[in-house]
Design a protein around this ligand. Structure first.
Ligand code: BES
Ligand code: MN
Ligand code: ZN
Length: 500
């Protein structure tokens, strides 16, 4: 991760390859948002803006030779859009602008960032955005290609709060958060031939060891133990693959804990659909079907590194959904952990099967609240698009997730669990089917299915199918490929609980 420092210097005097400043659009045209820059540079940019193609729009990044008194070689202008009525910019606007600029500087060694931050919260957003934007996945590229994409290594954020203790604490928190998001992105980007359930379990063990986080206990159940323990969902989904399923439990239990939270993650390391095989076109993206589990792993690690006074247990439901000779058939009936039976009418609705076992396991362990996060349904994208995740569940927990998401700048939207959709669960041979008779409200139906396994425990379900994996161009601090979505919302949720 990039090495980040705060500096109280004048931005012009910072030695770096690039100096990042903001632009915004006003009724009089473009304005450069940095008070301490040389006036002639500011005037040049502002008067030549139309010819330079600078509008100040969000996600617009333009680079120019610096010149004048500026010690950096180039100036990077990053768009902040329009000012709010009070003259400031939203935290997420700053996060995205910092991220977009740092992302555009990949292949450059150092950058100074001078974006407006009126208080430590805004400064935290700038720092987070810069660190989140300093990411690339180069593990499978040769050295030369990797160097070209190498993220900025050192970032100096110019601020009047450089000496503030709150600002320093914000940097420390941002470093933990960004490392967690990067860790989740890395797992999502990893090719599925190398990331299979047992490899994911090993990665979880290694991540705990490497980070040297104290007090996180890892338990792994393999396919034999899962069969013996009655985890029919994980066993059924996993049996079509030569590489068996795993259930990984990660328990962080600080002595000072005031509340206990369980978080279940969908970890389908590849989803072919099974016998209900998917069409080829969208299939490569199904390496991202473990993004929920990746978010859970790195949330638990972040909670431990931040020393949050909350007991958190992560449950990673890991399986590969393959159509092998022993694969489950559409019409099979499986018995889930806890005893409920499910008629598997569609083997491509596998996520809810592995999640049911994980949820039952979490409920058995007795938490105050259980969350789950999964790339569960294509219907999520039909309903909300590719950048907004859905959240369902017990009303107050659902709303608590929404509040946490808003605070960290992740787009989540509350969705209902309409009572009439429950009828679709009816099976002629088992307690329920895994796939609805029609496609209407598919995200909500999946929510109803999961609800069957949480009993009275306060619960929320986060469907991140679209936002977990960016198949389009990068934007803001969001790269192409794995996005790490969910990590910051989950950590924010835990922080909220620890203050309550
Ligand atoms: N992993 C998919 C959901 C998904 C689709 C995630 C696209 C990300 C992008 C899930 O296992 C799935 O296949 N769901 C089916 C359910 C259906 C068979 C009831 C779907 O959404 O089509
Ligand atoms: Mn599927
Ligand atoms: Zn899936």
């Amino acid at each position: 991760m990039a090495d980040l420092t705060l500096s109280g210097k004048n931005p012009t005097s910072v030695r770096a390859d690039a100096l990042v400043v903001g632009t915004c659009s006003t009724s009089d045209g473009v304005a450069v948002v940095a008070d301490q820059l040389p006036a002639d540079l500011v005037r040049q940019v502002e008067t030549l803006a139309p010819r330079l193609g600078v509008t100040g729009a969000v996600d617009e990044v333009r680079t120019f030779p610096a010149g004048g008194d500026v010690k950096a070689d180039v100036v990077v202008l990053t768009g902040l859009g329009e000012r709010r009525p009070d003259g400031t910019f939203a935290a997420e606007t700053l996060r995205r602008a910092a991220g977009a600029a740092i992302r555009s500087l990949a292949g450059t060694a150092s950058a100074a960032v001078a974006l407006p931050a009126v208080d430590e919260d805004e400064l935290a957003a700038v720092v987070e955005g810069a660190l989140l934007g300093a990411y690339s996945y180069t593990r499978y590229r040769d050295e030369e290609a990797a160097a070209k994409k190498k993220p900025v290594a050192t970032v100096e954020v110019v601020t009047s709060f450089a000496r503030s203790a709150r600002a320093k604490a914000a940097v420390a928190r941002a470093e933990v958060l960004a490392a967690a998001v990067h860790g989740a992105r890395d797992l999502v980007n990893m090719p599925p031939n190398d990331l299979y359930p047992a490899a994911f379990a090993d990665a979880a063990r290694n991540a705990v060891r490497e980070l040297g986080v104290k007090g996180v206990k890892v338990t792994v159940l393999d396919e034999k133990q899962l069969a013996a323990g009655g985890y029919g969902g994980l066993v059924g989904v996993g049996q079509g693959s030569a590489r068996g399923p795993r259930l990984v439990k990660l328990a962080y239990s600080p002595v000072k804990a005031t509340t206990r939270v369980g978080i279940v993650g969908k970890g389908i390391t590849f989803d072919t659909g099974g016998i209900s095989l998917k069409p080829p076109a969208g299939m490569p993206a199904m390496k991202s079907d473990m993004a929920g589990a990746a978010a859970v792993l790195h949330t638990v690690l972040a909670a431990a590194r931040l020393g949050l006074p909350v007991a958190v247990t992560g449950y990673l439901c890991l399986a590969e959904n393959m159509p092998g000779g022993n694969a489950q058939r559409p019409a099979d009936v499986v018995r889930m952990r806890g005893g409920k039976t499910v008629e598997v009418t569609n083997t491509d609705a596998e996520g809810r099967l592995v999640m049911a076992d994980g949820l039952v396991s979490a409920v058995e362990d007795g938490h105050d609240v259980v969350l789950d996060i999964a790339t569960l349904t294509g219907a999520q994208m039909v309903a909300l698009g590719t950048r907004t995740s859905g959240v369902m569940g017990t009303d107050d927990v659902r709303d608590e997730v929404k509040v946490a998401a808003d605070a960290v700048g992740e787009d989540f939207w509350p969705m209902p669990l309409p009572a009439e959709l429950k009828a679709g669960l009816k099976s002629t041979v088992a307690d329920m089917v895994n796939s609805a008779p029609d496609r209407w409200g598919g995200m909500l139906f999946a929510g109803h299915f999961l609800k069957e396994f949480v009993g009275d425990t306060p619960w929320a379900h986060l469907d991140i199918a679209g936002p977990a994996y960016n198949e389009k161009s990068p934007y803001g601090y969001t790269p192409a490929g794995g996005t790490g979505v969910g990590v910051r919302t989950l950590v924010g949720f835990l922080e909220g609980r620890s203050q309550a």
